[in-house]
Design a protein around this ligand. Sequence first.
Ligand SMILES: CC(C)(COP(=O)(O)OP(=O)(O)OC[C@H]1O[C@@H](n2cnc3c(N)ncnc32)[C@H](O)[C@@H]1OP(=O)(O)O)[C@@H](O)C(=O)NCCC(=O)NCCS
Length: 273
Amino acid sequence: MDATDGPAVIKLGVEDAMAGLVLSTEARWNQTEDDWRVFLHDGIVFGIRDGMRLVATAALLPYSGNNAWISMVLVSGTHRRRGLATRLVDACLETARTNGLTSWLDATPDGAAVYGPLGFAPVLQLRRLRLVNSDRASAQAPAAATLDSLCTRDRRANGFDRTTLLSKFAQRSGSRIVSANGAIALVREGRTARHIGPLLADNAAAALALVNAIAQSEGSPLLLDAVASQTAFLEGLTASGWTIERPFQRMRFGSATATGEEVPFAVAGPEFG
Ligand SMILES: CC(C)(COP(=O)(O)OP(=O)(O)OC[C@H]1O[C@@H](n2cnc3c(N)ncnc32)[C@H](O)[C@@H]1OP(=O)(O)O)[C@@H](O)C(=O)NCCC(=O)NCCS
């Protein structure tokens, strides 16, 4: 399909948060309406409508140091394989190019099939894990930590600053930042499960101990997105009841502008990096 063919690519506004949520819920993703508001308010979200109905989206969320995260690439099942995702990601890349931004994303296997041909190169692998965690909370929550300490550690790991994003997460009801033995993590609400991440720690034992303490104090289903090269951490999680749901491939378009000084144990989420 030619770029000028087909329905128009439009910029969405904050009033489209619910329509976006319908698309991410159709894909059984965990985002909430609040998550959509982050992309619609702080980033640029491109969309395609069929009549009044929003059928496809892609978002570009700028971070510091000329970096941006591309995510929420969603096409309704009724409209797939018509080139809509390609057109929307192209719109994100054009915006990134105009603004001199290096683009990053965490791709599902379906998404990687779209992004590879566009010129994205693989960087690292993630694994999405779920803990059913149906028991009642049986322990006290780990000690609370400050937003500042999380932002500082997150910047060290990613090489870019995400204070705006992490502050928004922290302000939501149900969010908490916890820390123990040099490990620190944020826990926030999701649509179907609470999400742990980012999680930074000095070693796998400290990361695992913090996740276990969170799980014992939560009593609801949990998700996290582990960096696959943290093998001892992954093995520890699966040994304590977490199951691997799917892989994500981190990819980058353009040259690296940021290098982290430590590898996170779990990221903020594939949609946020
Ligand atoms: C992945 C997704 C966004 C693709 O949307 P789409 O509009 O169908 O993609 P396009 O039509 O632009 O596909 C472009 C090319 O990518 C490849 N591709 C797309 N989907 C594919 C799939 N499921 N399997 C294999 N290749 C695929 C094909 O080469 C395709 O070209 P072709 O149709 O001419 O063969 C859509 O399937 C979707 O919403 N999936 C669920 C959510 C998701 O995984 N999003 C990606 C997050 S990273």
